[in-house]
Design a protein around this ligand. Structure first.
Ligand code: GAL
Ligand code: ZN
Length: 694
């Protein structure tokens, strides 16, 4: 056994208050960073298991995610359990210093359950019942499924609650991956109950949904159905409530299991693996219900820009609980579910793992440990490839394991960001409602990325924040879009004493998707000093130029270049704000495009490049980058540790502002350094004690 594998891996912290309010991955008796992956021993004969654990120890694996899809093997017939094989797996793991992220095994109901109770199978929007034969084949609202799941979790907790390998409970798996919504009769019933508790009376629902439009006035809740396929556009308020309900219905499934585990094993933290920035689930709400955030990320190796979008999702993961999180799944090389599954070229698997750490993860884990020989994922890469220890991939596994040991001391450290980007699910759901918007080209992820990309490129640390949170402590808050904005949320933005940037089509509707009195920007009108007279979506290919007003923006000279805007513009009526830029040419010629009142800037359009506005705001707010980086290099900081990641395929040269020790090589670095292509430096600087998180 390696020295590493003799360490303690228990996550458990003595008392419940501790793990609920102060839990940090990497704290207390956890030594270092988590490394490992999904382990599916039930797909292999037992003689392979010995080799698995021996190789895990050799690679420095300290955690395995077990039993994710094992329900049919653990409970082959109703109430009849077969735990023997899992006992042996957990014992073996423990003997080899590998802790278990033990799944509750409820991600796929067993065949007997769906045959005895066909109503457990989910139904799609067209009314087709989805067959068994894949995974997640259950209706989130099914009481039969929920009861059976809870029974299994009770049995799991009773059997393994005291097992020394148990470090973390893994509830379900990637909720909403395959089934976010179910349109069966049971789900319809559940939706009605949910609506009744939200709206109280059927008249409350009529008022909120605006059913006077198109003759939809209901006189009883049982007349209400999920938004199935209808002759024309469905009531968008109904769709918005449906989105909220679907997120909540799955969260109830999670919470039912969590309640069992909290009671049985109050000292073992629970998680469920998120899917980066997922439209279907309100992760702010979900994260509040778990002890530690974990995420699965699969950036496409064929996309040279994929490290930017994934960095944004990692920043979200760090922000969800403002604590370290776990990258629970990523691919060692290719995945198996894209049309073309590109492998990771040499260095990328290591670099992408380091990137998660750079953004606050306390572990880099994988799907999966050993590459499968059958099933839909037999061509999905793994830490131990089909070719075994002779394969290129295995050398990468060993190298990463060794690197993670070198980086052990970063565990538990936090990140301080001066800039926050606002992301709110209610508003996202409203914005992307089908068939009734001025333009269906406004997509929230694009809007977020249009701001995140230049921030990332210049090495500025960014947190994500939900709408309605106290924003004090930040210097700059950017709201790429807040279509749905309540007066309370507007109040938080107005109370913020830093520099605020608000993007177009914000403050349009209230929580019920009804347009605010007087139109946009509704409750933001006073803060921004303007009214949006008319939305001016631009047809595909149409460009509307935007020219800074001389002198209005720092550096805006008489010859300042006009910046193209696409997709969206607005006709503004400025009441009490300075005009920073005006539209030039086209229908909006001469109209205000960008305005400022006090420290609140409003952009009424989608600029091709927000850099001029961003640079000016960052300078005014005194925001400094983590480091001055050349193109292709990503810089982040965790406490005293400076991460410099070269995503380019050529070496990068840069000057260090402060000297330090590169934890990956042990070398002292100062002044000018060179980072090889797809390589990284993790510098321990003298930046004093670890800065606490916000
Ligand atoms: C995830 C899932 C894993 C595995 C992986 C493959 O969505 O949680 O079980 O299927 O994808 O990329
Ligand atoms: Zn259903």
């Amino acid at each position: 056994m390696t020295a590493f594998s003799t360490l303690h891996y228990e996550f458990c912290i003595q008392n419940i208050t501790c793990h609920r309010s102060e839990f940090r991955v990497g704290l207390t008796r956890v030594s270092g960073l988590l490394f490992g992956g999904d382990y599916n021993p039930e797909q292999w004969p037992e003689r392979v298991w010995e080799e698995d654990v021996r190789l895990m120890a050799e690679a420095g694996v300290n955690m395995a995610t077990v039993a994710v899809f094992s329900w049919s093997r653990l409970e082959p017939r109703p109430g009849e359990y077969d735990f023997g094989w899992l006992d042996r797996v957990l014992d073996l793991l423990h003997e080899h210093g590998v802790a278990a992220d033990l799944a509750t095994a409820t991600a796929t109901p067993p065949p007997w359950l769906v045959r005895d109770h066909p109503e457990v199978l989910p139904v799609d929007a067209a009314g087709t019942r989805l067959e068994f034969g894949s995974r997640q084949s259950y209706c989130p609202s099914s009481p039969v499924f929920r009861d059976a799941a809870v029974r299994l979790v009770r049995a799991m907790a009773a059997r393994y609650g005291r097992h020394p390998a148990l470090a973390l409970w893994h509830i379900g798996n990637e909720y909403a991956d395959h089934v976010l919504e179910c349109f069966c009769a049971e789900s319809a019933r559940h939706f009605r109950t949910w609506l009744e508790s939200r709206h109280g009376t059927v008249d409350g629902l009529n008022a909120a949904w605006g059913t006077s439009c198109w003759g939809q006035h209901y006189t009883a809740f049982d007349q209400v159905e999920p938004p199935r396929k209808a002759p024309g556009p469905v009531n968008p308020a109904q769709v918005l409530d449906w989105r909220r309900f679907c997120s909540d219905a799955l969260l109830e499934c999670f919470e039912l299991e969590r309640a069992v585990l909290r009671e049985a094993t109050p000292d073992v933290p629970v998680t469920t693996n998120f899917m980066s920035i997922l439209h279907g689930l309100d992760y702010w709400k979900w994260a509040a219900a778990e002890d530690v955030v974990s995420d699965d990320a699969y950036p496409d190796p064929a996309d040279p820009e994929s490290h930017v979008a994934v960095a944004l999702s990692y920043d979200l993961m760090r922000s969800l609980k403002r604590r370290p999180w776990i990258l629970l799944e990523q691919a060692a090389s290719a995945v198996s579910w894209r049309e073309v599954n590109a492998p990771k070229p040499p260095g990328m698997m290591r670099l992408h793992s380091l990137q998660a750490l750079a953004h606050g993860a306390d572990g880099a884990m994988f799907f999966q440990w050993r590459q499968a020989r059958y099933g839909p994922e037999k061509f999905h890469s793994a830490l131990l490839p089909h070719g075994g220890t002779a394969a290129r991939g295995w050398r990468d596994t060993l190298r990463l394991g060794a690197d993670l040991r070198r980086l052990a001391e970063i565990a538990g450290t936090g990140t301080r960001a001066d800039v926050a980007l606002l992301l709110d699910w209610d508003s996202w759901w409203g914005l992307e409602a089908p068939e009734s918007m001025p333009s269906d080209r406004l997509r929230l992820k694009d809007l977020l990325l249009s701001w995140y990309r230049p921030l990332h490129a210049r090495g500025v640390a960014v947190d994500l924040v939900p709408a309605g949170r106290d924003l004090s402590g930040y210097r700059v808050v950017i709201v790429p879009n807040l279509y749905l904005c309540t007066p309370e949320q507007a109040g938080r933005l107005a109370a913020f004493d830093g520099h605020l940037v608000v993007g177009p089509f914000s403050g349009v509707v209230d929580a019920a998707d009804q347009v605010h009195d007087g139109g946009a920007p509704g409750p933001l009108r006073e803060l921004l000093g303007l009214t949006v007279d008319e939305f001016w979506p631009l047809p595909d290919g149409r460009v509307q130029r935007v020219r800074p007003v001389t002198g209005a923006v720092t550096g805006a000279r008489a010859d300042a270049a006009a910046v193209p805007a696409r997709t969206w513009a607005e006709w503004l009526r400025v009441e009490d704000a300075e005009v920073l830029a005006r539209y030039e040419g086209g229908d909006l010629d001469g109209q205000p495009a960008i305005t400022r009142r006090g420290r609140a800037t409003y952009l009424s359009c989608l600029l091709d490049d927000v850099t001029p506005v961003l640079s000016e705001v960052l300078a005014a707010a005194g925001v400094r980058p983590v480091a001055d980086v050349p193109e292709g290099v990503e810089a982040t900081r965790r406490g005293p540790y400076l991460f410099l990641l070269n995503h380019a395929t050529t070496p990068a040269r840069m000057d260090l502002a402060e000297p330090g020790t590169d934890l990956l090589t042990g070398r002292e670095l100062r002044g000018r350094i060179e980072i090889p292509a797809r390589d990284a430096v993790v510098l321990r600087t003298g930046a004093g004690p670890t800065e606490g998180e916000r």
